[in-house]
Ligand binder design. Structure first.
Ligand SMILES: Cc1ncc(COP(=O)(O)O)c(C=O)c1O
Length: 366
């Protein structure tokens, strides 16, 4: 067992730089006082940069699921139809959330490992009278990224529908100009490409979305966006914010701004290419279809006769490198490497070296 820090190559949470961890040791401030208002202003400005938006952006004290629930719970009235492509665990959960709030998901079933095309979404929208299109941009359970979101944004605008995007495992790691792509509600989490600890989620809300929210009786108390907006006017949150995490997020976003969003996206692309190249060289098979390969989640099928739990155990125990297994029906069929946050060539090399070592020990190269 290696001593010290493990290299966390999970598809979230990810490694957190010391600067961000240290930010959490700042003394606690009054969350209804001037120091918090200053933090609130600064943090939200940085978030708008990360989201590439002029829309309102809010920070919620909850993991990513809370922000998805917030989005759905504030726009869905019973009986509302929402088009939702389902191609993995997280899009399945998105569909279930629509049902929880009395909505009717118009499911676009997609083979896992692939992603919906704008044409498939246009087809679903033409057949049914839907109120919104809700998509998972990057299906973390399969390593498939939906492409053509700009086109989907146009379809949504043409039909006067809301466009909701779960970008939890991708914002900061791939293209996502929220305003240019006409995204009404965009959601992300702190623990992925922003390289912050888990525990916060962020959500952007467009003017078009506000019109719907104002007409919808919110069915959630904690995530009531009208209440959140009311407190936002005075730079506060309705309920007690997780202050140390806010300090951390502020620092993590400063690091993002120092690097530059474009440079960060390029770095993710570069490391993803290095991962995919090295994995193919080993003769391993990727789970996702080539057309939709994710830059942030590298999903690899288990080699014949070798269990991912054994690969992962050796990587963790001998090399201190932590990767994930499959989820849902893919449990036991694959392993997933997170290519997120502070990842660089160093982490790619360390992860691949650990993977090669584990495979060798398990007889893969015989
Ligand atoms: C695409 C996607 N949606 C939703 C979630 C749920 O986020 P959380 O676990 O932070 O609640 C995740 C988490 O991995 C995710 O990757």
């Amino acid at each position: 067992m290696v001593e010290g820090k493990q290299l966390i190559m999970l598809p979230g949470p990810t490694n957190v730089p010391d600067r961000v961890i240290n930010a959490m040791t700042r003394p606690i401030i009054n969350h209804r006082g001037p120091e918090f208002r200053e933090l609130y202003d600064n943090l939200l400005e940085k978030l708008k940069y990360a989201f590439q938006t002029e829309n309102d952006v809010f920070v919620l004290t909850s993991s990513g699921t809370g922000a998805v629930e917030c989005a759905i719970g504030n726009i869905v009235s019973p009986g509302d139809k929402i088009a939702v492509p389902v191609n993995g665990v997280f899009s399945q959960r998105l569909k279930e959330k629509i049902e929880v709030f009395g909505g009717v998901p118009i499911e676009i079933p997609i083979e896992w490992g692939k992603a919906a095309s704008p044409e498939q979404i246009a087809g679903a929208v033409a057949e049914q009278e839907v109120k919104a299109i809700a998509v998972v941009y990057n299906e973390t359970s399969t390593g498939a990224t939906m492409r053509g979101l700009d086109e989907v944004g146009k379809i949504a605008a043409e039909h006067d529908l809301l466009f909701i995007v779960d970008a939890i495992s991708i914002l900061g790691g791939d293209e996502l100009p929220v305003d240019r792509w006409n995204i009404d509600i965009c959601i992300t989490g702190s623990q992925k490409c922003l390289a912050c600890p888990p525990g916060l989620s962020m959500i952007s809300v467009s003017d078009r979305a506000w019109e719907v929210i104002e007409r919808t009786k919110s069915r959630t108390y904690y995530f009531n966006l009208l209440k959140i907006r009311e407190f936002h006017e005075r730079k506060e949150t309705p309920f007690t914010p997780a202050l140390p995490l806010w300090f951390a997020l502020d620092e993590a976003l400063s690091m993002l701004m120092e690097e530059g969003l474009e440079a960060r996206i390029k770095r993710h692309e570069r490391c993803a290419r290095a991962f995919y190249g090295a994995i193919k060289e080993l003769g391993l098979e990727l789970f996702a279809d080539e057309r939709w390969l994710s830059n942030t989640v590298i999903a690899v099928k288990n080699p014949q006769g070798i269990a991912d739990k054994d690969i992962r155990a050796i990587m963790r125990e001998k090399y201190g490198v932590v990767i994930a297994g499959g989820m849902g029906k893919l449990k036991g069929a694959m392993f997933r490497i997170g290519n997120m946050g502070v990842v660089s060539e160093r982490e790619v090399a360390a992860t691949m070296s650990a993977l090669r070592g584990a495979l060798s020990e398990l007889g893969y190269f015989k």
